[in-house]
Design a protein around this ligand. Sequence first.
Ligand code: ZN
Length: 421
Amino acid sequence: MHELMTELFPICRSITGDGMRQTFEILSSRLPLEITEVATGTPVLDWTVPREWNIRDAYVKDLSGRRVVDFRRSNLHVASYSVPVRARVRLAELKEHVFTLPEQPDVIPYRTTYYAERWAFCMSERQLASLRDAEYDVCIDSSLADGSLTYAEVLLPGIVPEEVLISAHACHPSLANDNLSGVVLATFLAKHLMSLRLRYSYRFLFAPGTIGSITWLARNERALQRIRHGLVVACVGDSGAFTYKRSRRGNSDVDRAVALALRESGEPHELVDFSPFGYDERQYCSPGFDLPVGCLSRTPHGRFPQYHNSADDLDFVAPREIARSLSMLLRVIDVLERDRRHQSLNPKGEPQLGRRGLYPSVGGGDAGTRQLALLWVMNLSDGGHSLMDIAERSRLPFDAVHRAALDLTEHDLLQVLPDEA
Ligand code: ZN
């Protein structure tokens, strides 16, 4: 995952343009991606697909011709969606077009000007302080023209057509944790799931933040009822504790599956309620859709000093940490895949488990996890409770509850109910 991230890192992505296409081309060598282009001007919900932005080069040169700010050194130096400019400007005027982060004087901030016609450079506070000449030549060789917005998806068909949506935003330039960690995690998760026989169908969506998910929602409105569970993955490569933001519904199965997976992993974590701020869960959980989609992160956006600046680089994201995040997602999927409802075929009194070899023949000791799981599953399998319900109520590991259900089914004491996925 870190290697793929290293390959994707230098590309200048934005919400539209060739950086996004190049990113999807690289992902296409690993996944059978279906790529969609939506033309500039297309109305999507309350928005309109914007003009396409591309950039070839940009610099601030002193009058001796030396590049004192160079886009080729960092694509963060130009605010995304800057309109083209080529001019000789006085330092005071240049400063009106510069973003810095005074409180972190060595880093270049990441800024965008998506829906305003302007141009701006981003640089470190130290770099700005070093500009002392009276005049500079500035150039942003960009274009803002009719074109299209690009998103990519892959559907892995399962036994049932109901889908699990995994969504990652892919619109940031050279930023590793915010954007690329989610992209590479989703890519490797998809690759892994492709080798498995799955109950649910899995849809992976890679799109620009906000406008991308809005465009996708607008074009897929009729298919949304197939989405049973969903997760936005973002900022999953730092070493912070896991953070899960619940869906707007607050108690959907995916919320509960993530909570169980986090609890059972023993990993430090925090569960937070939905808020209409963050990543694309804002769109999926808007009231007209209200999809069961939560957001899994490590340290949430905006709460690490490297957020949206040049310190969010390849060193900030550790291979081991993205791997831990991938393991956590696999745990969540494992719970969703195995969660079923059962009907007891022996609801009157407890069945005699010992006779069936399911209970220890020596009594008197404490009941172990396995015995408790058998009793809880027999008791709550009235058709109304799922295995997740039973794991939550009994505080037993989901795995033990699932194992007990398999054994009881094998002994004709339980019957699995038809897949209502
Ligand atoms: Zn971001």
